[in-house]
Design a protein around this ligand. Structure first.
Ligand SMILES: Cc1cc2nc3c(=O)[nH]c(=O)nc-3n(C[C@H](O)[C@H](O)[C@H](O)COP(=O)(O)OP(=O)(O)OC[C@H]3O[C@@H](n4cnc5c(N)ncnc54)[C@H](O)[C@@H]3O)c2cc1C
Length: 420
């Protein structure tokens, strides 16, 4: 049986951040990862299949990139919306926005967003507004309106600022490589294709499909989507309070589609390709199509277009084959840019449907707040008998929920607790 000072389960940003700090502090860490690669929801192939942007000047992420000597660019966005057959510059304005925020600010106790809208914005008069809000919350938060906290959405909208965004030039996986090297050089181990199935946490025993590992302390850095599944990972003794807490935090759904064409035909659209807009701007369009959102890269002339389907509509399509999802995407693009599907198909050079929602080692996108999430996080941040600890983007408290920053911060916090 292999032994270590600390076992970390999951080699995503949270697990590797914790493992690298613990390794630097002289601990022998054994990281167990189910896949044949590290990085989890960070994975750069011919493009970013998962995380892509640094959503602001986020301190933990930027400090780590600086320490690693990894460069990032500034990413400026130009927003478009496609409505009634027309491409229009700017976000789609939400009808009754001021009234909506006023009512949100008057709300005394939190409730799911759908219940709030039912109370204050029922009836045909508000149908358009509700559609716009649904599209936004599905697309951006990848959340379900029947679960997401009204307070959380209000706070997000009120603090929505125009801070600079960035992309890691070599791809986000470069950051993962760096953390991995720190661990290995410091004498820790990262073992791939080790699917953890059972944790006898009081004994510090972790069982995978073919081996058992032992350590006095175990850090579980698994995605919330996996922890919410019945029996995907079994805790012995059972942890009813923690299991309930996992379910009190929302975990969204996402399907991302990467499409590389022979040429950037989208620039031929007069509004979208408007030459008055700087060529090194990322253009993002939101439409009412089945796969509604698309964006371009920053490099002028890039032939890559990224499609995005979030929230309950992504969950509904999670069992579709990659080919079916590709066809739905091409049909959506055909409707937006008025080109036959067959033409788009013939110009497609490379594509990848990244169905994180169906993926057994993720089961969704990233966390969002439900009404009970703050209390749930408090439960999960508390170590069990000084032995069992949790880390992951879903445990982060702050304005950058559901991000790499959230995962790194949580990993850092867990490492501090583990070395106390
Ligand atoms: C499509 C998409 C786009 C995103 N875009 C952005 C973005 O632009 N900017 C941003 O900041 N964030 C973005 N995010 C969010 C960001 O990727 C995550 O918040 C972050 O990477 C999560 O890190 P983590 O370590 O908490 O979890 P993960 O990265 O999911 O790591 C958990 C690890 O546990 C492993 N695992 C699962 N089950 C087992 C098991 N049974 N045994 C052993 N190991 C197991 C997994 O394989 C994985 O490696 C995006 C996420 C997605 C899905």
């Amino acid at each position: 049986m292999k032994q270590a000072d600390i076992i970390v389960i999951g080699a995503g940003a949270a697990g590797l951040m914790a493992a690298s700090i613990l390794t630097k502090a002289g601990k022998k860490v054994c990281v167990l990862e189910a896949r044949d690669r590290t990085g989890g929801r960070i994975h750069t192939t011919f493009a970013e299949t998962g995380a892509e942007f640094i959503h602001g000047n986020l301190p933990v992420t930027l400090e780590l990139l600086q320490e690693a000597g990894i460069s990032y660019n500034d990413t400026r966005f130009e927003m478009f919306h496609h409505a009634d057959g027309h491409m229009l510059q700017g976000d789609e304005p939400v009808t009754g926005w001021d009234e909506l925020l006023d009512k949100m600010n008057q709300l005394e106790s939190d409730m799911p967003l759908n219940s709030f809208l039912d109370q204050h914005f029922a009836g045909d008069k508000y149908a358009g507004m509700r559609e716009e809000i649904t599209a936004y919350v599905n697309g951006y938060d990848t959340a379900s309106l029947s679960e997401v906290s009204t307070f959380a959405i209000r706070d997000e909208w009120e603090h929505d600022d125009d801070e600079a965004q960035h992309r890691v030039i070599a791809g986000y996986s470069a950051m993962i490589q760096y953390l991995q090297v720190v661990c290995i050089k410091g004498g820790s181990e990262i073992l791939l294709q080790q699917v953890v199935r059972r944790i006898e946490w009081a004994e510090g025993l972790v069982h995978t499909q073919n081996a058992t590992y032992k350590a006095p302390k175990v850090l579980v850095a698994l995605p919330l989507g996996v922890l919410q599944q019945d029996n995907a990972v079994v805790f012995e003794p059972a942890l009813p309070q923690q299991q309930a807490a996992f379910r009190d935090i929302g975990f969204g759904a996402i399907i991302k589609v990467l499409l590389e064409f022979t040429s950037p035909f989208w620039m031929e659209d007069t509004a979208f390709g408007n030459p008055a807009i700087s060529r090194d701007t990322t253009r993002l369009v939101v439409s009412g199509e089945k796969v509604p959102t698309y964006w371009t890269q920053t490099e002028p002339g890039s032939t890559l277009l990224t499609g995005w389907l979030g929230g309950p509509p992504a969950r509904e399509m999670q069992d579709c084959s990659p080919e079916e999802i590709l066809q739905a995407t091409l049909q959506s693009l055909s409707n937006i840019y008025r080109r036959p599907v067959a033409t788009l198909q013939s110009q497609l050079q490379r594509w990848e449907v990244v169905n994180w929602t169906a993926d057994p080692f993720t089961r969704g996108s990233y966390a969002y707040d439900k009404v009970a999430s703050n209390a749930a996080r408090k439960v999960l941040q508390e170590p069990m008998a000084g032995t069992l600890f949790f880390a992951g983007e879903y445990l982060y408290e702050g304005p950058s929920m559901g991000t790499v920053e959230a995962a790194l911060t949580s990993g850092k916090n867990a490492a501090a607790l583990l070395t106390k």
